[in-house]
Design a protein around this ligand. Structure first.
Ligand SMILES: Nc1ncnc2c1ncn2[C@@H]1O[C@H](COP(=O)(O)OP(=O)(O)OP(=O)(O)O)[C@@H](O)[C@H]1O
Ligand SMILES: [Mg+2]
Length: 458
């Protein structure tokens, strides 16, 4: 049953909403202010919060920012006075799902609640489907689509062509298809087409008989015999030479292979998953890839999107790799500073998930404290923009010019200075709104207020 928390300081309003929503089949709890709401949120799980803005003590906007910090996925609908549209805009900017304005229109309330709770459902679905692919991290809409596609095609014998930029996880997807297939108990045999010289490729694919060429000292099975009844994974398929392409096409058409130097053909039943970071259509246009082979391989084409198109997965991946590498290195690095996280969120990841993994691995290795700071991030394309040019304009965020100055002034002083510079920058950007500044800095309103007092800013 969908449960809703209603927060309003006016008793009549709480009662009104409770009766209305109960009648619609929702379970409803109420709280008269922000702090009691937080207490309830700590005790029970809710699918939606509806909160008034103007309340004594912790008001609705403060409540909103605390909720967004603790459970960013929980939708919050704000109740605003018809007369103060600024509140509504502010609430939306700060993560409110939507707002309803007083006086109420009952149909409007119902429709806002329906869409807010169905969004939660979508997130639950994302979590439950991604749980079936524990080795592939991601809950973004793009990844959910891939998971659904894998579930749909895995049990069929159709050949699959996986394409996408380098480092997006194509090989993981190929393994997942095999694992969810009807031949999961059989072999998954990978081969990297670019890694094998052309004169050995035919034997690697189809095997050879003893004595068929110099060095063929015994019979050898090829990929197709090894993967028989299972799955063959042909990685970097775009690198196959024309001769091998032709031979491969024949095998796909006839479902038979003839080992090099052999006379007998062998029947094979192999599902082929191929992967490439090239655009094969372009290769076909340029005459480098056989169109008929393409159609045999790409019965089901599956695109793995680059990481920059699914930034929402970055925090999950960061967590996953932090755990992986702090375990591996026996370190306690469990967190990313919020500024470092912001840097990552604004980065393009030309090397996709592989690059993110390398960044975290290096960060964990380099970091002496238990939290990764921006300095420990090595981002390839950011670095290449700045390296080499000595006359970089000095950033206002650069607190010390060099190591000597740091040691001279000491960590306490430099940290305090750093905090002051960032607090001022955020306050300036937000037009002196503490709430918004706290959000920009990804700290709680409370801790911002504390720091502002401490440094006597503003
Ligand atoms: N969604 C993901 N969750 C966890 N790890 C991932 C994910 N995607 C990629 N990785 C990791 O990133 C690295 C690169 O993934 P993978 O080898 O599958 O990429 P690829 O698309 O085959 O790249 P290439 O085209 O360069 O061969 C691997 O270490 C893999 O484990
Ligand atoms: Mg690969």
């Amino acid at each position: 049953m969908t449960s809703i928390l209603v927060v309003d300081d006016e008793r009549s309003m709480r009662d009104f909403l409770k009766i209305l929503l109960n009648k619609e089949g929702y379970q409803v709890e109420t709280a008269p202010n922000g702090s009691e709401a937080l207490t309830l949120l700590g005790k029970h799980s809710f699918d939606l919060v509806i909160s008034d803005i103007k309340m004594d003590g912790m008001d609705g906007l403060e409540l909103l920012s605390s909720i967004k910090e603790q459970s960013p996925a929980l939708p919050v609908v704000m109740i605003t006075a018809f007369a103060s549209p600024d509140d509504a805009v502010f609430a939306m900017k700060n993560g409110a799902f939507d707002y309803i304005s007083k006086p109420f229109n009952v149909d409007e309330i119902k429709s806002v609640i329906t869409s807010a709770t169905s969004k939660t459902l979508a997130l639950d679905e994302a979590k439950s489907i991604s749980a079936q692919f524990p080795e592939i991290i991601g809950e973004s809409r793009e990844m959910v689509k891939i998971f659904e596609m894998i579930q749909r095609i895995a049990p069929t014998p159709a050949n699959v062509l996986i394409y996408g930029e380098s480092g997006t996880g194509k090989e993981l997807v190929a393994q997942a298809i095999h694992r969810h297939s009807l031949v999961a108990e059989q072999g998954f045999v990978p081969i990297t087409c670019s890694a094998i010289p052309e004169d050995l490729m035919e034997s690697e694919l189809f095997g050879h008989v003893k004595g068929s060429f110099t060095g063929a000292i015994s019979d050898k099975l090829g990929l197709f015999q090894l993967a028989d009844k299972g799955t063959a994974f042909l990685d970097e398929i775009g690198e196959l030479t024309p001769i091998i392409q032709t031979k491969l096409l024949r095998v796909l058409q006839e479902r038979e292979v003839k080992p090099v130097g052999g006379t007998k053909v062998q029947h094979v039943a192999v599902r082929i998953i191929a992967a490439t970071n090239k655009i094969l259509e372009e290769e076909i246009m340029a005459g480098r890839f056989r169109e008929d082979l393409f159609y045999r391989l790409a019965v089901v084409p599956l695109r793995v999107p680059p990481l920059r198109e699914r930034k929402g997965d970055v925090p999950l991946l960061v967590d996953y790799f932090l755990k992986k590498y702090s375990n591996l290195f026996g370190k306690e690095v469990q967190e990313m500073s919020s500024y470092a996280m912001e840097v990552l969120m604004s980065y393009d990841f030309p090397g996709n998930v592989r690059e993110l993994e390398n960044i975290i691995e290096r960060g964990v290795a380099l970091e002496a404290s238990n939290i990764i700071l921006p300095e420990s991030l090595t981002l390839s394309s950011f670095r290449s923009e700045t390296s080499g040019s000595a006359q970089q304009p000095q950033s206002p965020f650069q607190i010390v010019a060099n190591e000597e100055e740091l040691f001279d002034r000491g960590l306490e002083e430099v940290m305090a200075e750093t905090e002051k510079v960032f607090l001022n920058a955020a306050l300036k950007k937000s037009g002196n709104s503490k709430m918004q500044a706290a959000d920009l800095l990804r700290i709680s309103f409370r801790s911002l207020r504390y720091k502002v007092k401490k440094y006597e800013i503003g």
